[in-house]
Design a protein around this ligand. Sequence first.
Ligand code: URP
Ligand code: ZN
Ligand code: ZN
Ligand code: ZN
Length: 491
Amino acid sequence: TEYDLIIVNGVVVTESETNEYDIAVKDEKVAKVAPRGELRDAKAARTIDAEGGYVMPGGVDAHVHLDEPPLFGKGSTADNYETGSRSAVCGGTTTMVTFAPQKKTEDSLLDTLRDTHTRAKDTCYIDYSFHVIVGNPSPNALSEFKTLREEGISSLKIYMTYEALQLHDGQILDVLLEARNQQITTMIHAENGQVIDWMTAQLEKRKLFAPKYHGPSHPPMAEIEATHRAICLSEFMDTPILIVHVSTPSSAAQIKSAQDRGLPIYAETCPQYLFLTKKDLDQPGFEGAKCVCSPPPRESEADCDAIWTGLENGTFTVLSSDHCPFRYNDNVTGKQTCITDEYPQGHFKYIPNGCPGIETRLALTLSADRLNVQKFVEVTSSNPAKLYGLWPRKGALVEGESDADINIWYPPGKMKEYTLTNEMLHHNVDYTPFEGRNVKQWPRYTILRGKLVWDKDGGGLLGEKGYGRFIKRGASALAGPRKQGEWELPL
Ligand code: URP
Ligand code: ZN
Ligand code: ZN
Ligand code: ZN
């Protein structure tokens, strides 16, 4: 047969167009994208009828924590590479970029990278790569950036908070300079760690320990100040940064104004900041712990609206899950992991930071019906591929170039709306912060390098553990430094 697979009667949506195209797949690649009906006489091993549903490039989730040591509170991530990538594929994500975290006490990034490769090897359902987290920018670690690039790693993450990871500004400049030299994109967690520690002490003095006080312990000001500082440091070093998980409208406004000045400042937001607010943290008993992430869900719907607006107007380059899963009840003890002898009712500062969301990211966002569908593809698939050096292999449907990673959604009226429950999901987490939300859409079929890996009405998960491959990444396809050549000391 001529092709391995043909998808007919779909409405193909990429970041740049929406059209009635049929798609032919051969040897794991998109072989042909042709006007509807044109492949009528072509032969294929299999044909899928999209019945008028959207056909999009598979989801690229560029912010995922799997199998990390405890760095963000008490408790280790609940998902390993197997369960996390399984959850991903069941929600239409075909590529993930997870973290290889270097601790403060470690000197080598290459060792960290090797360890992380071991954790992921032969266990992933989807394609994957890693960002390194630089916890210790020692001379040795900085000297390894060049080798990282050769190993296909073109991005790193640094933190302005968390005792275990926080860098001071001089260290950040060290990282930015070497990242600039090696064409590495620097992701920054922009919250002021000292403000958070100070607010935590204030709350403790007043004996305020409930989960909801995670909110005031991470005030918007801590994010706004750190965002400003990150932009200043990036402008000074003339090197691109991506500010991760932006939650406040004022941070978004600062980012937009930096972008309007032509700076290579990129930004990410996450479904948490579109759908959750302070109310979700303020639940009876310990329930609020399920929505503890940093930055925290903000004050009101108005904040969520502003974040949606930032997606619509291009302030946000990418929409990632920040899947950072912890169990609510420990598998072994059956108790909440962060309850201690000293604080039998729990203390917000011990609740591990992070929410699961790798499986719900695409469906929740599309179901909300707020983004134009091309914009949806751009922020959930194409832009993460461009920014992190995967384009056009991922995040696109370019003949002969793109991997055949494809989501086919339900045609209008075909899927019954339902209420999301954790039982439907495939992660190793005992809750979802999005329990009870309405979903109108879910990927009906997901294809990864030409293989049908998810068929919602025909057996669900069809993919296999170990089919996912490590993908070497190149430099970002988005704008880099404004001046070419070596950074010059301004004298
Ligand atoms: O609360 C969060 N976001 N946990 C994950 C760690 C991080 O900073 O991304
Ligand atoms: Zn972070
Ligand atoms: Zn994260
Ligand atoms: Zn995070």
